[in-house]
Structures are given as C-alpha cells and as structure tokens.
Design a protein around this ligand. Sequence first.
Ligand code: 4AD
Ligand code: MG
Length: 460
Amino acid sequence: SQSVRELYRGQDSFIDSEVFVKGWIRTLRNSKSFGFIELNDGTFFKNIQIVFDEELGNFEKISKLSISSAIEVKGKLVATPGAKQPFEIKATDIAVAAESEGDFPLQKKRHSLEYLRTIAHLRPRSNTFSAVFRVRSLAAYAIHKFFQERDFIYVHTPVITGSDAEGAGEMFRVTTMDPINPPMADGKLDYSKDFFGKETNLTVSGQLEGETFAMAFKNIYTFGPTFRAENSNTTRHAAEFWMIEPEIAFADLEDDMELAEDMLKYIISYVLENAPEEMEFFNSFVDKGLLDRLNNIVSSDFERITYTKAVEILKEAKAEFEFPVEWGCDLQTEHERYLTEEVYKKPVFVTDYPKEIKAFYMKLNDDNKTVAAMDLLVPGIGEIIGGSQREVNLELLKERMKESGLDEKEYWWYLDLRKYGGADHAGFGLGFERAIMYLTGISNIRDVIPFPRTVKSAEF
Ligand code: 4AD
Ligand code: MG
C-alpha cells in the first residue's frame, strides 16, 4: 500500500497507476449512483479524495459509512487538473476495516478549540490538531538535529530529584501511595525513612544535573518533561511541560545568546521547510501574518537590551500597565509584550537582571547588583527562553545560596563542580510548548500539548 504522503510527495509518478491506501473517512457525500470520500491516513495533512460508484459490489454499505470509519481503498490515481487537489482515486474496491458509530463528535463543522480540549482523545483527528502535533514532532526532531550536528551530548536528567533547581519551591512532591513508614506523631511524614531516604520532588529543570555533564562533555543538552506547581492559570503556564536545556562550557552570556538565537532560527527554518501545508493552514486559519513574521525572524538579528534599559523604556511608555514598573521589579507579561510588540517588533533578549529576582546560580556582575542573565522575549507570548552565565566562584555561589535560603549541604555535589575545574559556563531553557505556540500562532498552551496538565485539569 501507499501512504497519502507518498502520493502527494511523489506527485506525477503515481498518476494513472493502481494505488492502495488505508485511512479514516473525514467526509462522505453520495448520490444514488456515486459518492465522494475525503480520506485521511494520518501521514499527510491533506485528505485524498476517493470517487466511488455503483460498480462497487458494496456501494450501498460504503455510502452509509459514518465519519471516522476506517477503510482500505484500491483504485487508480487520476489527475484532476484545475481542481482543489491535484488528483483523486477512482476506487475499484473499498474494504471496511473498522466502522465508526454514527455519533462521532467531530463532524464536518468547525469546532472551537475549547470544545476540542474536552475531547483530547479525539482531537488529534481534527485539522488543527493534526497540524499542531505534526509541527510539534518536527520541531522536536529539529532540536535534536541542531544540537547533534554541533556535537552536543544529549543527557537524560532525572525526573525524580532531591534538589530544587530553581530554588523557587514550586515543586510537586513525590511519595509512595502508602508511606513506607507511618506518619509521625504530629501527622507529618518522616522523609528520612521514606522511599528515597529523603524528600523528593518532580524536577523543575534539569539544569543543575546538566551542568555536571557540561563539566565533562563541554557541550550538552537535555530535552525532557519538567513540572511546576505554580498556581498560575494562564494561557502560557502548564504544570507539566517540556524543556530543552543546553549547557556550554568555556562560554559566557554572549555565547549563550548566540546559541539561543541560532537554535530558534534553525527550528523555525526546519519546520517551514518540512511542514509547508501545516504552516500554510496556520497562516490562513489561526494567525494571519504568521509566515511573514517567521520568515522575518529567520533573516534578521534579535534585539539585545539590558534590564535597566528595558525599565527606562517601560517607564516612559505611553501604555497603561496594570503593574507599574520600577527598577528591581520582575517584568510582567504585559511589559514583555510591550517591548516586543510595540517597541522592537521582533524577538528581544533582555539581559542583566537584578540578582534579587533571579535564581541563585546566576553569575554576579561586577556591579554587585545584577546577574549575567538573559530572557528571550517574543511577540505574542513574552518569555520563551530563560538563561544565564553560571556563578563559578565558590564563595560567591555559597553566599547567593544562603541569600536564597538554600542549604549548601544539600547541594554539595553542585558545589563540587566549582572546586574541580569549574570553567566558565552558561546555558538556557527553552519552553518547548511556548516554542510551538510561537511556531503555530496557537494562543493557548493547552492546545499545543497532547494531554495538557494545567491547574485543575487532568483528564488523562
Ligand atoms: O526561566 P526558567 O524557569 O529557567 C530555568 O528553568 C533554567 N533552569 C533554564 C536554564 O538556564 N537551563 O524556564 C525556562 C523556560 C521559560 O522561559 C519558559 O519558556 C518555560 O521554560 N517555562 C514554562 N512553560 C510552560 N509552563 C510553565 N509553567 C513554564 N515555566 C517555565
Ligand atoms: Mg524565567
């Protein structure tokens, strides 16, 4: 048999020959003596049209099939010049592989993304989600390709961990269903006697473990699930999301930004080239202007400004912000979007944030007030990447941990990295879902993850 992708990509080579395709009915209409089926076999965004008529022994049966029935079609591929699609199949034989019941929820009419979210097990069969999840798969591949071509080592960092990489305490705790030891008299659990012998949580970031590998392999990356128990019910926050975290040794913040910019441009180019039909669909139905914007991004430099400069711009801005801006405050989404959408109209790196609002591991700048951090902000979303050069001075690092309320004994292995050849290094984290939102124009994070885990949602 052939896949629909092969037929479309092989174009003329299959015309006038016998083909055999297997897929699901997306639409079916018929008259007394003939009918049309739009068939999708999952390998290609577009459907293929099947024409059938009374010559089929089972014409009546086929005519009555419900949407989403699975069928196997033999026939001749004929060119259809001038039609919407370049060819169709004149069926000589259609076998029913699996019938669908008549009440399949995805009938031809367009459904809202909100409704489709309630049927996450069926939504991959809709146009929008077929496009989203193919782009997601391609983007994941592009990321591996980008790093592997540059000789980065892929590290699998632990999902269950005893440390808090961001020092922000937004963690999901891990314990067994039935604690190995009963609660203590005060009702609390004694983690020292629990499964792992200490309190553990789901990882918020693979960075700290990634750094250990960077000190051995120089250039590494992680790509895996991360978890945050932030109670933020927004369109950009999920409790479970995927993160890509490269870590590079003998490198500073400049190198870090260069890597981030190259990587993002590479992913965009790869997806534009390898999913033209899907990207065209997003451009027409989700976000007009998406293709122009992405093409511009690939061909121009990202902006780079310091946090201090960003605050100056925001203070002078004519816009009304819900949260007023002062030096020292964290930038809110409204500020991030103002900078990228109103001021620069392109991706912007904001660097050198006040140390108080950033994680303990970031390198302290000479001014003793700011750290060598960078956030990449993009139009439509805000922060998509967060990164920094790392503090490699052991004493300064210990001090920063103390300020952040972290127990240095718990991080003894992390401090060891500074003792034994702790070369300058830097890294960043790209939120994979935010990258997919950026690539597709889809505005809610719930619609770029196969099975979204957000506050108060865990159907699966
Ligand atoms: O800025 P964050 O918290 O940085 C880190 O975790 C560092 N350890 C990265 C590093 O330097 N290796 O997170 C990185 C990115 C954010 O820019 C954002 O895109 C994404 O991860 N992210 C989320 N995406 C979806 N839902 C959430 N709750 C997210 N939190 C962060
Ligand atoms: Mg961040």
